[in-house]
Design a protein around this ligand. Structure first.
Ligand code: NAD
Length: 486
């Protein structure tokens, strides 16, 4: 483990060197399972951003000319180091984020897959040609990097979300400035150390820790050509509007309120297992978490009873302990916000059938909220509409699939949605009518693998090109057309 008993004062990574921030203020980073302070993160300034962007712009001059297969070889070395250090990275994720070690190991694996995908750069960067657009005239499309890219990431996937961004961006020949979440900044520093160990040239990846001042510095900087953002809806909207107003390409992935629909012909064992995992895993702090279940009335009593039983069986505690499934939420304020929503659900007269506040009261100094289930929730209630980002599940009872889809489509978010059924006809109707970016059939978290695009619609996404896959390559490159007569 890289952590020591004494809180470490974190530094930025600029031009491959640990650099003391010019920050006037620091924020405490704590282990959410214990409340213990484990580091101090600088709230860096625009001067730090300028320094990082200068380094990235300088590195771009040579990095863009490194042959694409050679760039891929850096990524293969990086991938190998991430595999070798996988267990250490997973432990670090659990310590700073709180999710269970098993979830953290899964996240490390997702991050490594992003590096693997980026290592396909020679194929991904290919253009296209047509030898005869007219007699003796040919035309070709060539793909080039943009320059300096900025990435701004959330706390809930300290490794996977940064890995959606910088490996592919640098594979395409760009250089990168990353501002990780100030609540989970440790893992990214380790990623940067291993990046250096993989012998990437200095300046290809820079890290600037901090909060909104760093974000604003990046959004305003004339040398930042594109911004990849992942985080909450209001910030995503702000980043998208400000970044595009400043002439930058922006993709901003935002919040969610994902619905799962359960029909009478569903395999209930499978539905209960997957909904429990999708609603309460990672303490509900996933953009693909199941937040609402729309269930047909005829099986609603049975489903609710079985979800309560499954929730009762969940082991709550520090993610480092064996068999713990539900760790803490990220901060005391997030716990307080979850509890306020549980109170609000009661005021709104939804039926509280499992109260996670009882587990919260019993669980010591960490920021724990137990699995909470509201039955007979009505669309329009705050617990139905708002992203709570905690282990709080709402059940809406419906008469049929059409009503369930209509309920889900009323949400202002549209990230993911799932359907549990054995009917091909229902699956087709769901696929055609459900207005969300990522759909799942008979599974809990329909997160696409890295070679496919990842994103939602409506208030869950601002931009055009989604993260990952071909969209990611398009986002991090620009095309040049050559037409030639010989
Ligand atoms: P957040 O919006 O609080 O923070 C995200 C980033 O924005 C951080 O780096 C933070 O420092 C910065 N930021 C926060 N407030 C800012 C402000 N006022 N001005 C400028 N920058 C600011 O999000 P979070 O709490 O870290 O992450 C959880 C959110 O992220 C949830 O809403 C979740 O749904 C979303 N998320 C979405 C996806 C997706 O793929 N759609 C994936 C992961 C997380």
């Amino acid at each position: 483990m890289v952590l020591t008993a004494k809180p470490v004062i974190l530094r930025n990574v600029i031009h491959g060197v640990w650099t003391v921030s010019s920050a006037a203020a620091y924020e405490e980073v704590c282990n959410p399972a214990t409340g213990e302070v484990i580091a101090q993160v600088p709230l860096s300034t625009k001067a730090d951003v300028d320094e990082a962007v200068r380094s990235a712009a300088e590195a771009f001059g040579t990095w863009r000319k490194v042959a694409v297969p050679r760039r891929a070889r850096y990524l293969f070395r990086y991938q190998q180091l991430l595999i070798e250090h996988g267990e250490e990275l997973a432990q670090l994720i659990t310590v700073e984020n709180g999710k269970s070690l098993e979830e953290a190991r899964g996240e490390v694996q997702r991050g490594i897959e992003c590096v693997e995908f980026a290592a396909g750069a020679p194929t991904l960067m290919m253009g296209s040609q047509l030898p005869d657009i007219a007699t003796g005239v040919e035309s070709g499309m060539y793909r080039y990097p943009l320059g300096v890219i900025a990435g701004i990431t959330p706390f809930n996937f300290p490794m996977m979300v940064p890995c959606w961004m910088f490996p592919l961006a640098v594979a395409c020949g760009n250089t990168f400035v990353l501002k990780p979440s100030e609540r989970t900044p440790l893992l990214v520093n380790r990623l940067a150390e291993l990046f250096k160990e993989a012998r990437f040239p200095p300046g290809v990846l820079n890290i600037v820790h901090g909060a909104h001042e760093v974000v604003n510095g990046l959004l305003e900087h004339v040398d930042v050509k594109a911004v990849s953002f992942v985080g909450s809806q209001p910030v995503a909207e702000y980043v998208y509007k400000t970044g595009t107003a400043n002439g930058k390409r922006v993709q901003a992935l935002a919040g969610a309120k994902n619905h799962s629909i359960v029909l009478a012909d569903a395999d209930l064992d499978n539905a209960v297992r997957n909904i429990t995992s999708a609603a309460f895993g990672s303490a509900g702090e996933r953009c693909m978490a199941c937040a609402v279940v729309a269930v047909v009335e005829e099986i609603a009593d049975e489903l609710v009873a079985r979800l309560i039983e499954a929730a009762d069986a969940i082991k709550i505690g520090s993610g480092l302990e064996a068999d713990v499934f539900l760790g803490p939420v990220i901060r005391e304020a997030n716990k307080a916000r979850a509890i306020r929503y549980i109170e609000l659900g009661e005021e709104e007269q939804a039926e509280l059938v499992r109260d996670g506040r009882l587990d919260a009261a019993a669980s010591g100094s960490g920021y724990f909220v137990g699995p909470t289930i509201f039955d007979r929730v009505q669309p329009g209630m705050a617990i139905w509409s708002d992203e709570i980002f905690a282990p709080v599940l709402s059940i809406v009872r419906v008469k049929d699939l059409a009503e369930a889809i209509a309920v889900a489509n009323r949400s202002e978010f549209a990230n993911g949605a799932c359907l549990y059924t054995d009917s091909a006809k229902a699956i087709r109707e769901f696929r055609e009518e459900m207005d969300a970016g990522m759909l799942g059939i008979n599974l809990g978290v329909p997160a696409p693998m890295v070679f496919f695009p990842f994103s939602g619609y409506k208030k869950s996404f601002y931009g055009d090109l989604h993260a990952n896959g071909r969209d990611g390559v398009e986002f991090y490159t620009r095309k040049k057309m050559i037409t030639a007569r010989y």
